[in-house]
Design a protein around this ligand. Structure first.
Ligand SMILES: [Zn+2]
Ligand SMILES: [Zn+2]
Ligand SMILES: [Zn+2]
Length: 996
């Protein structure tokens, strides 16, 4: 073949077996850069088939949806099991076959995106990019019963400079006909948008088998600011047309602001032939024109290119078990160019002039009367408290002085001011006050909390009791007002040597983890503070209720999420559909198109969205039931919570085991977790050795004493700790952050440290390390901060940034380490977690049985009595479960951890006692002498209900098994089993006196 001819993907694939030198072009749909490979795989398509290009370079200048041209040849790739195209030369290519060459362009006003539940594969970005290339100015997205596209659509439309028209296609219930019909709505102005949100919310409260339905009278009520269109042939006009009810037909035409006609080849209505459909369209056109109602041609678009129909069918096939009514469509519902649409018009109206009027001019006129609207304004709308700024300021100083004395050290005062100013200027005081209130509430009810994330980088948060992490540099302090900052930065306040106060002679306290405020609210202090709090799992629901009561149910919603087809199931769908035809590249192409299609909605596990008192939720987003499940009745925001992040206050009240541990430990021991010394050498030693426990656990391969302690109970954490051997709290926090990032310790620092090239204190362990280290090498703070932000998110550093690092003599190993990092913890998070772990470890060392009692009560969701009492079986299971491949199987993983902890406990001379009708608690392992009594819920199959019944009924002695059965309502089958375990001891089978 001639070398200069450029082939499409499909044509090029014919040369697959030839090794011939050819040129091809296509659109990029996936770029796969693997650190372990010396080439980048670029997947390209012609919208029908696909090819994997193997380019022997990194950091290619292309992105998704770019079109490229490449020269090379096909070769079999053993790893993929498919042919891939080895590239010799490549460049961007600005010519793709489909164009819209009309001078006067049409506008598409009926289009479904991937957010039309399981119905469309239109990716919004690809759509906008295509339209930009075609020269279109506007486009509408009209998803089924949903406006979840709006935030994304709006953001991307700015990038591609296409005017977005917001709307939806709705299912309307007509009570007098007892039937459902489709309508389309387009938003004309801001009040129309709010009305649309109201309609969406209302329809989501009015579910018909999980499908939102709006009543016809509500459309009348809220139609201000919107255009109502007649949608597809599932409309009311077709209903009266088929019934030949002329009068009602004409009357209903007048209900609409515009009438939609769709190309005959887009027909999906089995009730009419194409001829009949054409007749229908001519009839409504005439009726509408008599009433001066504009008639427009719309595409009812479900995919962008005609050939995507196959993939759309794959979607229908893949989801068919989920939805009853899926069928494979023969209709063509792709995005048409202006000329294609005019041709569709000619098919209906015969004349080009008329077709053009309806396909282009009428549409344009309608669109021109639509205003530009911003659905969100990227400014926080938080509820207000009277004098909130003054309150925060006063509270901060009052509490600071309580800790550090009346005359605050300048370092402390400067830090307070540095934080207060941006917090107050940006209107964030409320966030701190509210978090404090929630925490006080929890503590009042006896449940401690723990902070997480970067909030521990704030001194205000510490002073207010929101976070337990003191971010100041390490320092001594005393009630008398003495404060002394220490210069050593490889240490934290807890690790400082004990000293007496030079002023008053009392024991000095010490604190400070040296964390910068920027980590929390950004370099400019503008980032909305994201205060994440761990509440006890037992208390989380109470805190959510508390917020609802405080703000009112109409102002407090669970944060909504959108569940879409994930990559893995998309691959399954396409494999299933393509069968033999599916070579790897094509399977990936189909999967990429299916990826992100909405399946259902859900809720964030812990976040609540708060609406200010002066607003209502429909000012920002519609609302709905999570997963449209009215039974469960959980109200969420309709928009994904991430879309609302800049506009509304999000409060994350998470559930965690550690606060539950501390509450229970305090209750059992009477020792308050708030007053524990943070520098107990033996407690610290538990994190690197078993010595403090005075046992040896070689037979279960355990070298350190952290089994059963939250955050450090996993085999992974054990491996880390055995390698880093922390000596101080500072080391401990570093190990924790080393273990939580991606490519930090393993695949990175570990080798350097094990080879003794550098010490564990020098390697990058958390975000803060980068900032401090780069500043130390003389890099300007702002630049160091930006580099840190990029590294922690796994983003690539620019050539310029890399040059800066080299020119400032940052060691080569350090730069290489930065490049490898994919995700990095903030130090505050690691400190907060180790703060809790240390406290729990303290109880483990000094109150062992109490610790095990709490561990098994809170954590042993799986507890097999037979194994626990049979040492041989226990060892066998531990051995079996040590297999690393169980790492992701939660059940196996939990069993492993429970069995190992049980073994460790027994080794110290503490044992379990079998469940007892009269002595066992419902859920907790109760201490009896040197033993733990197994609770009732751990009896196989008895369940919480059965356990509660026994607990309640046992106040009156059971006189027989028959009596037991009758009063506890426990099934005969379970009772028969219990008999074999000796649970009933010598309780008689039947009662002596007949019971009624
Ligand atoms: Zn429809
Ligand atoms: Zn539609
Ligand atoms: Zn003192």
């Amino acid at each position: 073949m001639k070398k200069d001819k450029i082939l499409s993907v499909k044509k090029a694939l014919k040369y697959r077996l030839t090794k011939q030198h050819i040129s091809l072009y296509g659109k990029i749909f996936l770029i796969d850069e693997d650190d372990k490979k010396d080439y980048t795989q670029v997947f390209i398509t012609d919208n029908e088939d696909a090819v994997i290009l193997k380019i022997f370079e990194k950091n290619l200048p292309y992105k998704k949806y770019d079109i490229i041209k490449a020269e090379g040849y096909f070769e079999f790739d053993d790893i993929n099991g498919d042919y891939s195209f080895s590239v010799i030369a490549h460049k961007e290519y600005f010519n793709f076959e489909k164009k819209d060459s009309s001078i006067e362009k049409r506008v598409e006003l009926h289009l479904h995106s991937k957010l039309s539940e399981q119905d469309s594969i239109v990716d919004i970005e690809e759509l906008l990019k295509t339209l930009k290339y075609w020269g279109h100015t506007h486009v509408a997205i009209t998803d089924h019963e949903s406006v979840q596209n709006i935030p994304v659509f709006w953001n991307l439309s700015k990038r591609y400079d296409i005017k977005p028209v917001f709307g939806a296609e709705l299912t309307v219930f007509e009570p007098f006909l007892n039937d459902f019909f489709h309508i389309t709505v387009l938003v004309k102005n801001k009040s129309g948008l709010k009305n649309l949100y109201k309609i969406i919310s209302k329809s989501h409260m009015n579910l018909n088998d999980r499908n939102p339905v709006i009543n016809a009278q509500d459309i009348e009520k809220y139609r201000e600011g919107m255009y109502i269109g007649s949608a597809c042939t599932k409309n009311i006009l077709m209903y009266f047309y088929l019934k030949q009810e002329e009068e009602m037909f004409l009357k209903k035409v007048k209900f609409f602001d515009y009438i939609e006609i769709q190309p005959l080849d887009a027909k999906e209505d089995d009730r009419v032939t194409k001829e009949k459909l054409k007749e229908f369209y001519l009839k409504i056109t005439e009726a509408a024109e008599n009433e001066n109602i504009p008639v427009i041609l719309t595409g009812n678009v479900h995919y962008i290119y005609e050939k995507d129909k196959e993939i759309h069918n794959a979607l229908q096939k893949g989801t068919e078990t989920l939805k009853k009514f899926n069928k494979i469509y023969n209709s063509k519902r792709y995005l048409k160019t202006t000329e294609e649409m005019i041709q569709s018009g000619i098919e209906i109206f015969g004349k080009r002039g008329k077709a053009k009027k309806i396909a282009v001019r009428n549409v344009k006129k309608l669109v021109d009367s639509i205003e530009n609207i911003s659905p969100l304004d990227n400014k926080l709308h938080a509820p207000k408290i009277k004098d909130e700024n003054l309150k925060l300021r006063n509270l901060a100083y009052q509490k600071a002085k309580k800790i550090y004395g009346e005359n605050l050290h300048p370092i402390i005062e400067d830090r307070i001011e540095k934080e207060l100013n941006p917090i107050i200027q940006n209107g964030y005081a409320i966030i701190f006050l509210l978090a404090r209130e929630m925490i006080l509430k929890s503590k009042e009810d006896g449940y401690p909390v723990g902070s997480r994330g970067s909030v521990g980088s704030s001194l205000i948060a510490f002073i207010l009791g929101i976070s337990e992490v003191n971010p100041l540099p390490p320092h001594y302090y005393c009630k008398c007002g003495y404060v002394d900052f220490v210069d050593n930065l490889n240490i934290c306040g807890f690790d400082l040597e004990r000293k007496k106060c030079p002023k008053c002679g009392k024991d000095l306290k010490s604190d400070g983890h040296n964390i910068r405020f920027e980590i929390f609210m950004g370099f400019e202090g503008k980032k909305i503070p994201d205060i994440d709090i761990n509440f006890s799992g037992e208390y989380q629901t109470k805190i959510h209720r508390y917020l609802e009561e405080k703000f009112g149910r109409e102002h407090c919603f669970k944060a909504g999420t959108i569940n879409t087809i994930a990559k893995r199931s998309a691959l399954k769908f396409s494999e299933k559909y393509l069968k033999k035809e599916g070579h790897i590249a094509k399977i990936f192409y189909y999967a990429e198109k299916l990826n992100g299609v909405k399946m259902t909605t859900g809720q964030h596990t812990s976040a609540m969205i708060i609406i200010p008192q002066e607003n209502e939720i429909n000012d920002f987003t519609p609302y709905q039931y999570s997963a449209n499940d009215k039974e469960k009745g959980i109200l969420t925001t309709h928009f994904d919570y991430e879309a609302l992040e800049n506009d509304l206050l999000k409060i994350d009240a998470l559930a965690h085991d550690a606060p539950t541990f501390l509450k229970k430990l305090k209750d059992l021991t009477g020792i308050n977790y708030e007053n524990l010394p943070m520098n107990d050498k033996d407690v610290l030693e538990l994190f690197s050795s078993l010595k403090p426990l005075k046992i040896n656990l070689d037979e279960i391969e355990v070298e350190i004493g952290t089994l059963g302690i939250p955050e450090v109970w996993t085999p992974f954490a054990h491996r880390m700790l055995s390698e880093t051997k922390p000596k101080s709290f500072y080391d401990l926090a570093r190990t924790s952050s080393l273990s939580h990032g991606t490519n930090i310790w393993f695949n990175n620092a570990r080798e350097l440290v094990l080879k003794k090239q550098v010490s564990v204190n020098q390697v990058v362990s958390c975000r803060d390390d980068i900032l401090l280290t780069l500043e130390h090498y003389g890099i300007e703070s702002k630049k160091a901060f930006n580099i840190m932000e990029k590294v922690r998110k796994g983003k690539k550093l620019t050539e310029e940034e890399l040059n800066l690092l080299t020119s400032k003599k940052v060691p080569k190993w350090y730069i290489e380490s930065l490049i490898k990092i994919k995700y990095l913890f903030p130090r505050s998070h690691a400190v907060a977690y180790m703060f809790m772990a240390y406290k729990i470890a303290f109880y483990k060392l000094y109150y062992r049985l109490e610790f095990y009692s709490v561990y098994f009560s809170v954590r042993a969701k799986i507890f097999d009595i037979d194994t626990i009492f049979n040492e041989e079986l226990m060892m066998k299971k531990i051995e079996e479960l040590s297999d690393i491949s169980y790492k992701h199987d939660f059940e196996k993983f939990l069993t492993y951890s429970v069995l190992r902890t049980a073994y460790e406990m027994k080794k110290q001379g503490y044992y379990f006692l079998p469940p007892d009708i009269y002595k066992s608690h419902i859920t907790d392992f109760v201490i009896e002498g040197k033993n733990l009594r197994i609770p009732l819920t751990k009896i196989p199959n008895i369940g919480i209900k059965g356990a509660e019944n026994i607990f309640k009924e046992r106040e009156k002695k059971f006189i027989s098994i028959e009596d037991f059965k009758k009063r506890t309502k426990i099934s005969k089958r379970i009772i028969e089993k219990l008999k074999t375990t000796g649970f009933f001891k010598n309780m008689p089978e039947k009662s002596q006196i007949p019971l009624f």
